[in-house]
Design a protein around this ligand. Sequence first.
Ligand code: URA
Length: 210
Amino acid sequence: MLSHAGQEYALDEGFVPSTLGELDRAVQACRRCPLWRDATRGVCGEGPKKARLMIVGEQPGDQEDLAGRPFVGPAGGVLDAALTEAGIDRDDVFVTNAVKHFKHEPRGKRRIHKTALVSEVRACRWWLNAERRLVKPKVVVTLGATAALGVLGRKAAVMKERGEAIAQPDGSRVLLTVHPSYLLRLPDEAARVAERGRFVEDLKRARLLL
Ligand code: URA
């Protein structure tokens, strides 16, 4: 039993959140891995509770950790613009992350993102699976390798497997694509334009599966 804001949460395997609100409150008390210690809060997914499309990122960044909402920083800007270009309204999408706490290290006054360990992604998978069970999306798009690991439960070769609609036991289909931060990091303008185009095509493919 763990307590948060005066309420107690049983985090044993028998605990099954029955609403997204209940899940969110329980995530704030999560001690499944050490990442809660340095984060402001757990950041759960947001969007319609029965969204047909779920988009899964890696983990909240600096701005998401402070705002308590996924994809509100620079990567979110890239995602929002690509969704619009692909003909998808973000308001129709349940947007979440494979890892619910911001993993980072201090550098001067800044908090620098650190990639979560496989064990941390696996620990947080419990929450991601709970979100999937509640929302029941028809299509799940994963952004980057960490998201693919969280959703599929195995390491994936994103560049090789992107484009396939991977059937899931719950009847949904998973499409792998790159993370928007990858697009932001590409040093070459021509490569950035080409890769962004592929990213938009991946999102369009997801829309056609809905
Ligand atoms: N990157 C992610 O993967 N998720 C966010 O919420 C923000 C940035």
